[in-house]
Write a protein that binds this ligand. Sequence first.
Ligand SMILES: Nc1ccn([C@@H]2O[C@H](COP(=O)(O)OP(=O)(O)OP(=O)(O)O)[C@@H](O)[C@H]2O)c(=O)n1
Ligand SMILES: C[C@](O)(CO)[C@H](O)COP(=O)(O)O
Length: 273
Amino acid sequence: MPTETAAGPASGGRTRPHVTAAVLAGGTGTRMGVELPKQLLPLAGRPIIEHTIAAFCATPDVDDVIVVMVEEQLPRVEKIVADAGLGSGAGGKVTAVLPGGTTRTASSYAALRALDARPGTDLVLLHDGARPLVSSATIRRCVDALLEVGAVGVAVPSSDTVVAVERGASGGEAIRDVPPRTSLRRMQTPQGFQLDVIRRAYDLALADPQLVATDDCGVVLRYLPDEEVRVIEGEESNIKVTNPGDVEIAEVLLRLRGERHGPASARATGGTA
Ligand SMILES: Nc1ccn([C@@H]2O[C@H](COP(=O)(O)OP(=O)(O)OP(=O)(O)O)[C@@H](O)[C@H]2O)c(=O)n1
Ligand SMILES: C[C@](O)(CO)[C@H](O)COP(=O)(O)O
């Protein structure tokens, strides 16, 4: 339930809920094709995951951050958090670094379980550790929407025509359908939820042996069909580092952002203004 807090300037002094961001970094990055989990690769001299965590720490709407990481890399992430001053004891907001699961869904669930053991959170933002360029503005819009609905996902329109495919008569891939582009969005993260909503959805999902999900809004849509899942506008620059070459693209986007806002502004916001 919303609690009276010393609200920061961005919240205009209103009574506001306690917001926990969960950074999901439990994947191994197989598509990237390098040995190290991709979220540990350097981006402008700092590990990708450090950029991601810093973005949430720098956003006044976020009260604390938990990180879900590949188990064998937990000490490495704890060191990144400590060295960058992102821990809650050092002026940052990271309160826990936890092991993830074997799928993204299992890692989301691990984050939710951690919150079970630690009451206080009203809203949770689930975010890909591999999206280091998320902006404070996007995070803020997500939190604002959660004051009105139980589930929110950040998305961008598709500038390409998107098609559904199937195996064709010739044996190759063939178009089955061309959905109207105006009704399509590309989902990003953060995806935010009132905690009781995502808990109920995951309780049902985890009991379903057929569970297949690629994002958390999809879990709510499927298992709580009466719940409105609002889509809010994201930013093209909030890319997910996934394939070889994506780190270089992220470097360019980061540089452009620095040029737009100036180096002092980029530093003050963890490069995420
Ligand atoms: N078991 C998993 C799998 C993924 N993720 C996280 O979910 C985000 C989006 O997933 P994706 O880009 O698919 O990352 P990987 O699973 O690492 O990549 P790949 O699918 O190429 O192996 C990433 O931040 C990833 O670390 C996670 O927390 N736990
Ligand atoms: C959650 C997500 O980033 C939304 O686009 C995406 O579905 C993650 O998928 P992945 O296969 O785990 O990269």
